[in-house]
Design a protein around this ligand. Sequence first.
Ligand SMILES: Nc1ccn([C@@H]2O[C@H](COP(=O)(O)OP(=O)(O)OP(=O)(O)O)[C@@H](O)[C@H]2O)c(=O)n1
Ligand SMILES: C[C@](O)(CO)[C@H](O)COP(=O)(O)O
Length: 226
Amino acid sequence: MKIALIVAGGSGKRMGSSIPKQFLEIAEKPILLHTLAVFEKICEQIVLVLPQSEFEAWQNICEKHQYRLKGHLVTGGETRYQSVKNGLKFLVENKFPQESLVAIHDGVRPFVKPEVIEKSFEIAQKNGSAVASVPLKDSIRRLKNTLEQSESLPREQFRLIQTPQTFVLAKIWQAFQQVPDTSLITDDASVFEQAGFSVTLIEGNYENIKITTPEDLQWAEILVKK
Ligand SMILES: Nc1ccn([C@@H]2O[C@H](COP(=O)(O)OP(=O)(O)OP(=O)(O)O)[C@@H](O)[C@H]2O)c(=O)n1
Ligand SMILES: C[C@](O)(CO)[C@H](O)COP(=O)(O)O
């Protein structure tokens, strides 16, 4: 079974908007609805994670846009890690098959290409994991201390990591039970890896930006027209 776990439990501090950034509109539609639309075409089940405090706002959005979630709404946590864990817990407690494939995706990445999602399911079925990533286009340097001291690194040894990050449900659930939330955990692949599983990277798409700061919204208005 192909499951999408869409995490939208954050508040968007870096965006600095009065409403959570996942509800901001691009082309007159909330970012989150754009994201859900891509996954709904591919996945049999959707689990959407939102902060409890935003459930009412979400209902209002659904009414305004005549949208009905074909899936389940789960309460988010303090951190992204906790929100993902809540979503996985819901799947396990509700007896979704252990061998299901779950594509964990940021609600604020609306421009993921369907081919990337499809590929992630195909590779996760074979390898147990599939994580979208793209090569760096810029040079990269490691800070030694301040901006005055740094060293260049070979960029071909690095990848930028996106979502979806797709896993076999039983394995990613085991990983989240084993590995605690720390500042080093910035994504689900880190949890999977720290639990001793191996991470397979796949090609993502450059348009699949994470809408994080105000200038990302300007890019989003361009990308949405493509
Ligand atoms: N407690 C949290 C924090 C984040 N997320 C989700 O994880 C994704 C990536 O996180 P990020 O871009 O950091 O979102 P925010 O936490 O909302 O942003 P900020 O860090 O600027 O507050 C977003 O879809 C966000 O809603 C979540 O589900 N639960
Ligand atoms: C999961 C992620 O989108 C992969 O690039 C990213 O690590 C999330 O980081 P954030 O600081 O929670 O936005």
